[in-house]
Design a protein around this ligand. Structure first.
Ligand code: ADP
Ligand code: G3P
Length: 495
């Protein structure tokens, strides 16, 4: 029993990674699944796809590692956050597709609740803003639109869960209805200070509390897999939302430590220790992790478009065929052109939170080509990160944000983008040796609980840097460029 299985159920694919006793990756398996866009601004997944790809990748990864289930000490689950699933308690069948975190269908509901003055009450309890991004309004939508759902939920016949919770239910054969504190913290129904579901918010949204799961620590006993799934029952010992798992995988355990993950979006989390800091700059207060019943809090900045802007260059503009080509293009770009791209494809997230504005490009000339567009796309990610860090520094003057930023995610592989990031935030950027930070974070939770992996201090001591990017940009130029970005954002917001 010397292996850990980490399931990473993400927005576009499900991956399972086998880690050995030394926390090295032994094998992995990945499967993509279809995205459904039934209407403009709507994003759904079929929960059956999420479940099937989970089982298939678990089996494939075990096979690729050339091990058997009895070799596995425990399972960790990390997942796309906020996404909502409601299912029948008896059959385990979902009553509607999963409504994905990116889905904006409840923008009007949120606006109405905000206009009625409910946002301060919600923010004080949950640390979140009244935005369609979070689970609560999506759950309410399902209860409103699926025939008889609210009544059935009140009778205890329907259950709600984020993706981790649904997978736990299925993996344990319908015996465990539980989630962890980090996922609960993203629902907009959970009081992050009291550590329990908020009766007041559930009452406001008419959500029957009977359908909500038990909330546990990130390293806890989440039940055992059904024997026939993997060949023998395997305990589930670790659960965390993917951005929190990356924070753990980056060993950001000290107050002031900051990580930023560059996948489809960008999510920066600043550890604020046992203090939940309420933001004055439109950041989110969230739970970074909860161990031994003790929550550690974080300030989070969520940007919806980071790597997605590179996907747009590839699939929309078709000026590249592979994301990595942006590096060579950015290097060739004309240094005398100042093209600024504001990638507000689905509005802007933190710290602007405007769901209605759309993207814009400034400074185009007759000479602007693929190289200048690629450079502007990569720069937009750096500028957005600086927006977040400025907001975090303003919110958290007490201890101060540590100057070094730890990065991970697909886009962190881009040296040009990481160098620009370091230049524009005027701070070192550290990329770790282990690129599988999210899976590693949840593997450590499960392995630590199983007694296989070191304690928190031991794990943090093992974190190793692969590359450090240091700021070289002239200070005047940095100031001019960032000012131009701020003006471009204001212009975008005002259209
Ligand atoms: N070398 C690269 N340069 C720039 N962007 C990249 C590079 N490699 C991957 N990406 C971007 O990173 C994203 C994939 O990262 P990943 O961490 O797998 O994201 P997710 O978990 O959100 O699916 C894609 O949006 C892709 O465009
Ligand atoms: O699945 P990812 O990696 O795009 O992450 C999604 C986030 O958890 C959304 O909050």
């Amino acid at each position: 029993m010397t292996y850990i299985l980490a399931i990473d159920q993400g927005t576009t694919s499900t991956r399972t990674i086998v880690f050995d006793r030394a926390m090295n990756v032994t094998a992995q398996a990945q499967q993509e699944f279809p995205q459904h866009f039934p209407q403009s601004g709507w994003v759904e997944h079929d929960p059956v796809n999420l479940w099937d790809t989970t089982v298939a990748t678990c089996r494939d990864a075990i096979k690729a590692a050339d091990i058997v289930a009895t070799d596995i000490s425990g399972i960790g689950i990390t997942n796309q956050r906020e996404t909502v699933i409601v299912w029948d308690k008896t059959t385990g069948d979902p009553v509607y597709n999963a409504i994905v975190w990116q889905d904006r269908r409840t923008a009007d509901t949120c606006r109405t609740l905000r206009d009625a003055g409910h946002e301060p009450m919600i923010t004080v309890r949950t640390g979140l803003l009244l935005d369609p991004y979070f689970s609560a309004s999506k759950l309410s939508w399902i209860l409103d639109h699926v025939d008889g759902a609210r009544d059935r939920a009140a009778k205890g016949e329907l259950l709600f869960g984020t993706v981790d919770c649904f997978l736990i239910w299925k993996l344990t054969g319908g015996t465990v209805h539980a989630t962890d504190a980090t996922n609960a913290a993203r629902t907009m129904l959970y009081d992050i200070h009291k550590g329990r579901w908020s009766q007041t918010i559930c009452g406001l949204l008419d959500i029957p509390m009977e359908m909500l799961p038990e909330v546990k620590d990130c390293a806890a006993d989440f039940g055992q897999t059904q024997p026939d799934l993997l060949g023998t029952p395997v305990p589930i010992y670790g659960v965390a939302g993917d951005q929190q798992a990356a924070t753990i995988g980056q060993a950001c355990f000290e107050p002031g430590m900051l990580k930023s993950t560059y996948g489809t979006g960008c999510f920066a989390l600043l550890n604020t220790g046992d203090t939940p800091v309420q933001s004055n700059n439109r950041l989110l207060t969230t739970i970074a992790y909860q161990l031994d019943g003790k929550p550690t809090y974080a300030l989070e900045g969520s940007i919806f478009v980071a790597g997605a802007v590179v996907q747009w260059l590839r699939d929309g503009l078709k000026i590249i065929s592979d994301a990595a080509q942006t590096q060579a293009l950015a290097e060739q770009a004309d240094p005398h052109q100042d093209v600024i791209l504001v990638p507000a494809f689905v509005g802007l997230g933190a710290p602007y939170w405007n769901p209605d504005c759309r993207g814009a490009t400034f400074g185009l000339t007759r000479g602007t080509g693929p190289a200048e567009m690629a450079k502007a796309a990569l720069e937009s990610v750096g500028y957005q990160t600086r927006d977040l860090i400025e907001a975090m520094s303003a919110d958290w003057k007490a201890t101060g944000v540590q100057p070094t930023l730890r990065v991970d995610g697909g886009m962190a592989a881009n040296d040009w983008a990481m160098q620009f990031l370091s230049d524009i935030i005027a701070a070192p950027v550290d990329r770790p040796v282990n690129h599988e930070t999210t899976a590693l974070g949840v593997a450590w939770l499960a392995g630590m609980r199983a007694g296989l992996y070191p304690d928190q201090q031991g794990f943090a001591a093992g974190w190793a840097r692969e590359t450090q990017f240091s700021p070289h940009m002239d200070e005047t130029l940095r100031g001019q460029k960032y000012d131009a970005w701020k003006r471009a954002v204001q212009a975008t917001l005002s259209v």
